[in-house]
Design a protein around this ligand. Sequence first.
Ligand SMILES: Nc1nc2c(ncn2[C@@H]2O[C@H](COP(=O)(O)OP(=O)(O)OP(=O)(O)O)[C@@H](O)[C@H]2O)c(=O)[nH]1
Ligand SMILES: [Mg+2]
Length: 501
Amino acid sequence: MREIVSIQVGQCGNQIGYKFWETIATEHGLNTSNGEFEGNSDLQIQRANVYFNQIENGQVERYVPRAVLVDLEPGVLDSIASSSQMGKFFNPDSYVSGQNGAGNNWAKGYYSEGSEIIDMVLDQVRKEAENCDVLQGFQFTHSLGGGTGSGLGTNILNILEQEYSSKILFNYSVYPASASDRQTQSGVSSVSDVVVEPYNTVLSLNALINTSHMTTVIENNSLYRICQNLLKLKTSSFADVNYIISQTMSSATATMRFPGASNNTDIRKICMNLIPFPRLHFISQSLAPLYARGNSKYEVINESEIIGRLFDSQSFMSDIELRHGKILTGSVLMRGSEVSECEVDCQIKRLSDKHSSTFVEWIPNRLMSSVCKVNPAYQTSQMSGSSLLNTTSIQNSMSRILHNFEKMYARKAYVHWYENEGMDINEFDEAAANLRDLISEYEQYQEMKSGGDEDDEAEIIYEKKSHSHGFNTTRASSKASNYGEQAFHQEDEEMQEEEMV
Ligand SMILES: Nc1nc2c(ncn2[C@@H]2O[C@H](COP(=O)(O)OP(=O)(O)OP(=O)(O)O)[C@@H](O)[C@H]2O)c(=O)[nH]1
Ligand SMILES: [Mg+2]
């Protein structure tokens, strides 16, 4: 089996992680109070080992999430551990917490407070990795705006990249909502108001650009808009947005967790298709159908309708406008026992012909599709879908964060809090420069037309960027080789051999 170890860090990471495990446990027919299989179909359990350790104890067989739950303060982890529904589902050793929190300071998470628990976290991660037959990689859930998920989260990521260099690191990363969005979210009670979120986000993005293989960008303001405009909720909370996030995560991982799909059956293949250049790995994900409770009987739900909605900017968890950028690559994942693969292919072809100007010309066959016949857990419709797009429009959210960062950093406001934790101020400059470069890379690939000379130009741009920061060169090039076709097939063969043993 090709296993994934999930690492959830900080309040947001753990709250999203909790919903994810609840959702996929239901899909796999697992009782979350004792971990036993209670489903009604063999399809549900055949590949549960991707995310769960199977433990046989006498006559009883139970499934335990292959998860490490990390926070620098005990509150959220204590409430998960004491939850009657899920508290006993996780291995008690998988909870690793500190006492003091990181107080919204990336440097406390990355350096001072984080260093107190990082060894315990890594020991637990290694234990989980050793339990795997053929580890595919590590999944992270965290926010970028606080101190723990961002600082400690990216430190764990950097260390694992060194230690498990051939494994895939993929992140679900939550951006902060911008101040102007907060004012328009009437009824939203729990958005954060922390002024240094742009600092924490840019410092985290610096690590994600260099280290993560695939980062799904989740923006709280987009999720609140989905709650208001599509789900028609009068007020929305983290519970509502985390529910949507858990559905998209379950959808993105379904072809890995259930048998029968022809494509996207492991995370390396998903990355291989979606990421044409190692630094441009920031993915936007949409979900459909999304409609108000009780409206299902008035909705037409078929392959064409779902795929159409999946390419509507409103259905995305990140703040993108597809018309304003170019789609480099994409993957459509459809779910449901009624879904016809043939119809999906046909609708995707129709959509990419109709909107051909939205796609770059120089990557042919840039839209992949896959079908998972097992229905999602909570969707009210019998068919649903999700799309993962690598689009250059993601640069807008990055520019917005960078702009807010630069406004404060021009006056060095709040910087002393980071220096007090032992951080070198140059890290701010490096992080901002790295993000600025990434934004201009997106711009250049967006403008690029097909043709021999410009193909060469693509390589030159990439070379130039990877040499522009000393720290980038080796990581970017080592990752580029990880993605090389040869390395991919080689690893694939190794995995198959190990599986056969
Ligand atoms: N979608 C979503 N966002 C959250 C949730 N909890 C917090 N956030 C967002 O995450 C950011 C704050 O980060 P937290 O995860 O609370 O911080 P942390 O990682 O625990 O770090 P410290 O508390 O500073 O030590 C803000 O942008 C919040 O809006 C959640 O459950 N769901
Ligand atoms: Mg916290």
